[in-house]
Design a binder for this molecule. Structure first.
Ligand SMILES: Nc1ncnc2c1ncn2[C@@H]1O[C@H](COP(=O)(O)OP(=O)(O)O)[C@@H](O)[C@H]1O
Ligand SMILES: [Mg+2]
Length: 203
């Protein structure tokens, strides 16, 4: 099947669902110390990238569960004088709203699914159109930078509105999250670069 062909067959969704299950199981099985060590290495590499260095506005996320630990990256971004945006799930619109976070100790609170989210009472709303660099979360990636999310399509919806040629999309992931092929439909937004603890894609 061609990468960009529109396919509404159940099989694409079934493949995505079984990939999510398989990869999340592998990621959940990693010892926490390994997740910490790898997260630190991956995020230091990302901080060293030219597009990150050149960025003024960074959209990132607060990792949860067995996801990459991003705390250090969030602090570093603020320390470097960049503007930091974090997403918040809007249950009514079933989409992500962005807010600018200035004080990580005070501006976040547990939101949907217990994930740390910006407190709208303390943070100003922000626009995806202002973002230079996105640290993109995801469940699985492939070597062509195809991305599989958690199944709500939140990032596909959000990133569809970015300034396409001016916004860098970089995913940090553990090598166990890289699979042979992620089925990509028209609405699926690939990333520009996937960085793991071992290598980066495309190489
Ligand atoms: N931008 C979009 N336009 C239309 N439908 C979308 C969009 N983003 C997501 N969807 C729908 O949301 C659902 C989940 O999308 P999917 O890409 O499978 O999730 P994820 O990217 O989180 O892995 C699918 O049914 C998909 O058709
Ligand atoms: Mg998708």
């Amino acid at each position: 099947m061609a990468r960009d062909s529109e396919d509404h067959s159940a099989s694409t969704e079934e493949i995505k669902a079984s990939l999510r299950e398989k990869v999340l199981k592998r990621r959940d099985a990693m010892p926490p110390e390994t997740q910490n060590t790898f997260s630190r290495a991956i995020l230091r590499d990302i901080i060293g990238l030219e597009p990150y260095k050149n960025s003024g506005v960074v959209l990132a996320y607060a990792g949860f569960g067995s996801e990459l630990r991003t705390d250090e990256f969030l602090h570093r971004t603020l320390d470097l004088g960049k503007r930091l945006l974090l997403p918040r799930v809007n249950r009514e619109t079933k989409s992500l709203d962005l807010y600018e976070v200035k004080d990580l100790a005070r501006d976040l609170k547990a939101g949907t699914w217990g994930i740390s989210e910006p407190d709208p009472g303390r943070c100003d709303p922000a626009d995806i159109q202002t973002v230079d660099f996105v640290l993109v979360p995801g469940v699985a990636f492939d070597s062509r930078c195809g991305r599989l999310g958690y199944g709500a399509g939140f990032y596909d919806g959000l990133l569809a509105n970015r300034r396409v040629s001016q916004t860098w999309l970089v995913a940090g992931a553990f090598e166990v999250q890289v699979v042979e092929s992620v089925p990509m439909r028209k609405h699926d937004v690939p990333v520009d670069l996937v960085m793991t603890q071992e290598r980066h894609y495309p190489s």
